[in-house]
Structures are given as C-alpha cells and as structure tokens.
Write a new protein. Structure first.
Length: 276
C-alpha cells in the first residue's frame, strides 16, 4: 500500500518461489528508490484479481501489469502507462496456435479437436486466440470437442506433445520484419532447439506487460520514472532485467494498446458465427 506522501508501493503478482528471486525484487525497489528520490517498496499479490483490488482502492503507486488488466484499469482511469519492456527488439508478443507435428494444418481443421489453454485470464494462452477465432468467424463454443485449462504455458506445450490435446495456445516473440517466431516456450532462450511442434497460426500483437502508475501519483514523479527507465544506470538495468526480463524500455502510451482494444471490440460486436 501507499504509506506516506514520499512512499509508494510497486505492485507485482508473485511468479517466483525462491528467496533469491524475492531478494532481486527488493533490490529493484531499492534501486528505483535511489533513482527517484522517494521510497519504493514491493507489494506482492497472489493473483491479478488481488492486484486489481489493491489498485482499485488506491493503495499502490506503481504496478507491473499484463495487457488485459492494464486496459481494464486504464479505461476506469485508475492507472496511466509509463513504459514497456523491449524483448528481442519489440514491445509486443503474439499467441501461437500450436500442434504436434502431423497435427492440424489450419484453423479450419480445429473442428472437433481437443484444446489446451493456460487459464481464463491468460492473454496469449486463452483470451487473444479465442478472440482471433471469433474474428475469423468461428463459433468458439461449438468448435472444440473439449477444452482444458492446464495453468501454465509449459503445461500447454506438454499437453500437445504428449497427445493429451490436439491444439494449444502459448506466447511467442515474432521478428517485426519477417514475422518469424524467434522465441517461445517451445524454443531455447536464443530461439533455437525448437520442440517438435508446428505453429498453425498467430494471433496478436499483444503489448508486453508494462510499468504503470496510479493516476494519483504526481505527474512529475511519473515523468521522472519514465526518464529513469529509458536510461537506467548499470545496477538498475541489471535489476530490471533480472525481475522484469527487460533488455531496455520504451515510453508507453494508450496507442500501444489500440490493436488489442480493437480486437476486443471486434469480438464483442461480431455477428452470430456461421463457421461451425
């Protein structure tokens, strides 16, 4: 929570268990405190719902937010975008429809197949690929023989490779020039050593998780944080990469979220599907 005029919580959902990871988060907040001249302390939530509730109550100064939650909170004027991380040269990622080799070759071939998703709140692992199917004219409620939530992106890949599912959706990074997948959960960190899956289609783009400020944070401090993130000193840069996996940052704006907003609106306004 925000404890005083010069003290601001940095909200993040727990994605770690080790003491080393927790210490890295503490170190990141200490580096930000030094750079901004105010106290920044970690506020770890157990879920995005919990993080959203804390932001709704005005108890955080800053937060690390996924795109769908960010759009919801921004539309309700609770947060303002600060910066997006750059990974592999881009500030966005995609959802990949994957099958094991020899499986379906097109979206039309997904009828009657078994689907594996991450969870209902996952942008790349559920929401965006389903929006893509709706936009393509499919009735997502009648398309699959079964749909299973397996909770992680690695589990989606395992379900497809093991044959427990015919199709799955997971995140990937795409080269903005060639539209080729350069990194994903089914590749090594450098994009090589791909597991035996095939990409049937891509859905997106989806903005990377980003840094947001609560709208009650002074504008001057928001601008200062942008400047700090765009040109961090060496130790802060190391902490940002360790906790947020950010090579560099770019200033964010509402425009970064427009493609995803349009996708959400298109799906909402789509007429009853004729492709079953």
């Amino acid at each position: 929570m925000r404890s005083s005029r010069g003290s601001y919580g940095f909200g993040i959902v727990r994605t770690f268990e080790s003491g080393h990871a927790r210490q890295k988060l503490v170190e990141l907040c200490e580096r930000l405190s030094e750079a901004l001249g105010v106290v920044i302390f970690p506020q770890v939530s157990l879920s995005y719902r919990e993080l959203s509730d804390v932001l709704d109550k005005g108890q955080l100064g800053f937060a690390w937010l996924p795109p769908l939650l960010a759009i919801d909170l921004e539309d309700r004027r609770h947060v303002a975008p600060i910066a997006l991380p750059v990974r592999r040269g881009t500030t966005a990622y995609y959802s990949a429809f994957i099958t094991r080799r020899g499986g379906p070759k097109s979206l039309d071939e997904l009828r009657g197949k078994r689907a594996a998703w991450v969870d209902r709140s996952s942008a790349a692992g559920y929401v965006v690929p389903r929006l893509h199917l709706v936009g393509a004219g499919f009735d997502v409620n009648a398309l699959f023989a079964s749909e299973t939530f397996v909770h992680t992106h690695d589990a989606v890949i395992d379900a497809v490779l093991s044959g427990r599912a015919d199709i799955g959706a997971t995140f990937c990074t795409v080269d903005p020039r060639t539209q080729r997948v350069v990194q994903a959960g089914f590749t090594a960190a450098d994009g090589t050593a791909q597991k035996p899956v095939e990409v049937v289609a891509l859905a997106g783009p989806i903005p990377n998780d980003g840094v947001f400020a609560a709208t009650n944070v002074p504008t001057e401090l928001q601008h200062k944080l942008i400047d700090v993130l765009l040109a961090p000193e060496a130790k802060l840069r190391e902490a940002l990469d360790a906790v947020l996996r950010a090579e560099t940052f770019r200033a964010a704006s509402a425009a970064h979220y427009e493609p995803l907003r349009r996708m959400l609106k298109h799906a909402k306004d789509a007429p009853p599907s004729s492709r079953r």
